[in-house]
Design a protein around this ligand. Structure first.
Ligand SMILES: [Zn+2]
Length: 349
């Protein structure tokens, strides 16, 4: 049996839109709403939200087999306003460990609690080449020295507060999305690429009139980057959980941008032997290019569910992402391999 064809244009269009919606952990509501709206066109799905704000889409079918689930997350790295500096600039507290050097000179939006947004940019506090010359290069890129320069008239704490900014307001870094020659570049392909994989798989199956072999829950998580996204929201009747999240590409890794990867072990633990073998067999049956790999600094939402007491078989698959948690890049080959793997799983029973 061959897999339904993937609508490439649809995938890219959906992913680019999702990437351009700011969604640092804690402020992922608009991205969740966007995915909800997209999935609402598929009448096969029953949509709901958890109290924590995750989106759950159930595709129910008539089957004696117990339901399964897939999860991917829309929340990303980001920051919140930590302090007002004397000159009216902002010190930040990072969400999910964004690396400061990767966002130096990046554009940011500050989202106030009143729903306004104010533009700015990230700089070191020794930015001017005509004042600090080479010394700026020596400045440590850390919480102390990185600051937001607001594109608003302020030279004091008081003036910054008067703009409506408060301590704790969300700070989102520009995603800088670019699609060139089969490659997709963006700051937050982790894990929006995989949310798009799931949505594209649902669309391909729905368009061709196919249904999963057993009922399935799609869990779109909103707190993954702080470690507990899927700890809640996976129903107890689920017997298998596939976490769809990026594969680590770089020195010492087997993964690449042109394949999908089955992660056997990451720094938080090992995955489920039986379900891993089921995923390998599906990839081989459908000629899906895949690698197996071990990720050095990585934990997944599936593991969050396990730690919370979830009793499921668990596996982790995803497309290779170069320079993860930095300026990330994927290729459509790895992306398509992942979408195909999801469809192969859903149709397999
Ligand atoms: Zn991720």
């Amino acid at each position: 049996m061959s897999l339904p064809k993937i609508d490439q244009e649809y995938f890219i269009d959906f992913l680019v839109k999702l990437l351009n919606i700011a969604s640092p952990t804690g402020f992922a509501g608009p991205a969740i709403d966007f995915v909800e709206k997209e999935l609402s066109q598929f009448k096969q799905l029953e949509l709901s939200k958890t109290r924590k704000g995750a989106l759950v889409a159930k595709w129910e079918v008539n089957s004696d087999l117990s339901p399964v689930a897939l999860t991917a997350h829309v929340d990303t790295l980001g920051a919140v306003v930590k302090e007002f500096k004397k000159k009216g600039r902002l010190k930040l507290s990072r969400i999910g460990g964004i690396q400061w050097p990767t966002v130096e000179t990046e554009g940011v939006w500050i989202f106030t609690s009143k729903g306004e947004k104010i533009r700015g940019s990230m700089l070191i506090d020794t930015a001017s080449g005509h004042i600090y010359s080479g010394a700026g290069g020596e400045t440590p890129r850390n919480d102390e020295h990185m600051e937001v320069r607001l594109d608003a008239r302020t030279t004091s704490k008081k003036e910054t507060r008067a703009l409506g900014i408060n301590i704790g307001d969300c700070v989102a870094f520009d995603p800088r999305v670019e699609v060139t020659n089969g490659f997709i570049r963006s700051r937050f392909l982790d894990d929006k690429a995989c949310v798009a994989n799931i949505v594209a798989a649902i669309k391909s199956m729905a368009d061709t009139g196919q249904s999963p072999a057993r009922s399935v829950y799609f869990h779109i998580s909103n707190y993954e980057e702080v470690g507990h996204g899927a700890a809640a929201g996976i129903p107890a009747e689920v017997v298998e959980l596939i976490t769809v999240d990026m594969a680590v590409v770089g020195m010492g890794q087997e993964s690449d941008e042109f394949s999908a990867t089955l992660c056997i072990k990451d720094s938080a633990g090992v995955y489920h032997f039986g379900l891993n073998n089921k995923m390998r067999a599906l990839a081989e049956k459908h000629n899906i290019p895949y690698k197996t790999d071990v990720y050095p600094f990585y934990g997944s939402d599936g593991e969050a569910f396990w730690r919370a007491g979830g009793d499921v078989a668990l596996a982790l698959i995803g497309p290779g992402i170069d320079a993860s948690h930095n300026y990330e890049r994927a290729h459509m080959d790895g992306i398509n391999a992942t979408t195909n793997w999801i469809m192969a799983y859903l149709l397999s029973g």
